[in-house]
Design a protein around this ligand. Structure first.
Ligand SMILES: Nc1ncnc2c1ncn2[C@@H]1O[C@H](COP(=O)(O)OP(=O)(O)OP(=O)(O)O)[C@@H](O)[C@H]1O
Ligand SMILES: [Mg+2]
Length: 352
């Protein structure tokens, strides 16, 4: 059975401090959504609310048609995988995996058979008789994963499950988690502060900041079309250039940057351009040319990137980083213009 999760306008406080404010999020049936954000932004708190370890001060949480908001944690039927594994040290690996089935009163033979089959699926057959203390970190995390999956929960939640593993194992395990999650079609909420991990494992990613979701979208959309300056910075847009529209003629707009330089932009390329906006891009969104419709700049340090040269540029609107063609290397100190490459740029609302 696959069901959707919907979190509707929840707020949460620790004592008097507000941690989440009016947060809404839905995860479709069978979908994996990640919460991504810096330390302290409220990712774990969101999971704790869904798991029932913390009560929201307002809002509701539903799993399919079931309202979870006031249910005790043990009645919510959610599979949890944590960073620190949380295995029972005195139970064998097999008993750890079978634990949730025992709680659900499954007969011994059936439950050990099921736990054994799950151990095999996570690549641990043969280790069932060991105690968790005799396992490596990666093996422990596989046991934790098997234990969460074996109860076939309608919802799986992961809180930084890979952060205690080394880099190679992290990549292997995230592929395995994704395969198992897909094969079972289990609706999942996954927490990480690692952008690469979130983007590679998720159908959609919610980028969080200070208790709010700044954007919830597919990795491709977040990477190419961030909805605001916060997300743009988060996904690596080096250039955020405030602009003020000074002239409009049908779809063509002339906009002025700080310091007075003007550039022409077409709404055919960018969609509607508000009077006050930000042109956001990575270095490849501004092309360094000797002349053209662009922002005048004086070139600084040049770096060879293999596919292009990258220049630190000085403009009247501040420092900008832009790429230029390999066919035309330019020297530090030369004058150039920085021409927007529309498909690599976004028009964003002004900040604040
Ligand atoms: N038990 C608690 N009592 C008081 N404040 C808390 C408690 N737990 C968390 N907080 C605060 O709530 C905010 C959100 O914490 P949360 O654990 O949800 O962050 P996080 O996004 O999971 O961060 P991290 O990436 O470091 O795990 C933080 O400012 C944190 O200090
Ligand atoms: Mg956390």
């Amino acid at each position: 059975m696959t069901v959707s999760l919907s979190i509707n306008s929840i707020s949460a406080h620790y004592g008097k401090t507000a941690v989440l404010q009016d947060l809404s999020l839905s995860v479709a049936a069978g979908e994996l959504v990640s919460l991504l954000g810096s330390s302290g932004c409220g990712k774990t708190t969101t999971l704790r609310l869904v798991a029932g370890f913390l009560q929201p001060t307002s809002g509701t949480i539903k799993l399919g048609d079931r309202d979870l908001t006031t249910l005790p944690a043990h009645a919510r039927d959610i599979g949890l995988v944590f960073q620190n594994y949380a295995l029972f040290p005195h139970l064998t690996v097999l008993e750890n995996v079978a634990f949730g089935l025992k709680q659900r009163s499954m007969p011994t033979r059936e439950r050990l058979a099921k736990a054994g089959a799950m151990l095999e699926r996570v690549g641990l057959s043969g280790l069932g008789d060991r105690l968790p203390g005799a396992l490596s970190g990666g093996q422990k995390q596989r046991v934790a994963l098997a234990r969460a999956l074996v109860i076939e929960p309608p919802l799986l939640m992961f809180d930084e499950p890979l952060s205690n593993l080394d880099a190679k194992l992290r990549v292997d395990m995230r592929v395995e988690i994704r395969q198992l999650q897909r094969a079972n079609g289990t609706t999942s909420l996954y927490v990480t502060h690692d952008q690469e991990e979130a983007f590679s494992i998720s159908d959609r990613v919610a980028i969080m900041n200070a208790g709010r979701i700044m954007q919830l979208d597919t990795p491709e959309t977040l990477y190419r079309k961030p909805a605001n300056s916060f997300v743009a910075r988060f996904v690596g847009f080096e250039n955020l250039l405030p602009l003020r529209v000074v002239e409009r003629e049908s779809a063509v707009v002339i906009a002025e940057a700080a310091g007075g330089a003007r550039i022409t932009l077409s709404q055919k390329d960018f969609g509607p351009i508000p009077d006050s906006c930000i042109l956001g891009c990575r270095a490849d969104g501004l092309s360094v040319r000797r002349e053209g419709n662009g922002l005048p700049a004086v070139l600084g340090t040049r770096t060879y990137l293999g596919r292009a040269y990258q220049y630190q540029c000085d403009t009247a609107a501040g420092a900008i980083v832009a790429n230029g063609p390999l066919s035309e290397p330019m020297t530090a100190g030369s004058s150039a213009v920085l021409v927007p490459v529309p498909e690599q740029c976004c028009i964003l609302e002004p900040e604040g």
